[in-house]
Design a protein around this ligand. Sequence first.
Ligand code: NAD
Length: 268
Amino acid sequence: MKGLKGKNALVTGASSGIGQSIAIRLAQEGVNVAINYRSSPEDAADTAEMMDKACGEIQGCGVKDLLIQADVSKEDDVIRMVNTVVEEFGGLDILVNNAGIQIESAAHETKIEDFDKVIAVNLRGAYMCAREAIKHFLERDKNGVVINISSVHEIIPRPYYLSYSISKGGMENLTKTLALEYADKKIRVNGIGPGATITPINKGWTDDPEEKAKVESHIPMGRAGTSEEMAAAVAFLASEEAAYITGQTLFIDGGLTLYPDFSEPWSA
Ligand code: NAD
């Protein structure tokens, strides 16, 4: 895609799922990718290997990778991570805020530590990564892109996952506010809102055919999405093809945000 070759990206939580596919897709587009992981260097190394393989299929691709440990909920880690990427790659052009967690519990029974943990990773972490990346973008006065991996739960309430719903609802305003604040500084901020996607975060239903069928029965297109489908949209939003797009969340959800219950006439 236009304008991606030779760029430097940092993808948080890139050792699995959607983040891993984003790293691989960006590598295929000729982007050097820093693979952030929290606890598993082995999984991050797998991502790097898959990037090399995917990139090798394209003649002359030759991209760099960098494995970088950091817990995005810790400010010192985030500052160190962004500084290291800038030093090692000689700059940063694209930040993908992908790291995310969810904890299930009824709202009236949720422990405040669990609530804080989800907000700290999904929302506060995304903000701190964006803050450090934007500082760098402003210093060097070149185009910069932030992409937030949100969710359909940015707009669809999710009972039993209040902290997750709030974190993704907050991400909508994180995307819009940063986009507006830096629109005239060559910085674009967008998000994607995945629907039900086959990744480790969903192993509760992806590995069980009956549970999977139940989930998919709610999706107008009749199937869950793939992490590669999410990564394709991230590559587009990061590229020059999306040069005039900022402050938007693109929902990639097989129609899940289209009020599926209204697909048949239900009232006179
Ligand atoms: P996943 O569990 O495979 O990926 C999440 C990644 O975040 C993991 O690699 C994990 O190690 C990392 N992570 C967690 N806490 C971290 C921390 N403190 N610091 C650094 N990294 C940390 O699941 P996924 O489905 O690939 O999720 C990726 C993103 O997509 C998340 O933000 C999630 O909310 C979002 N999303 C997923 C779906 C889906 O159906 N899979 C739907 C909507 C949104």
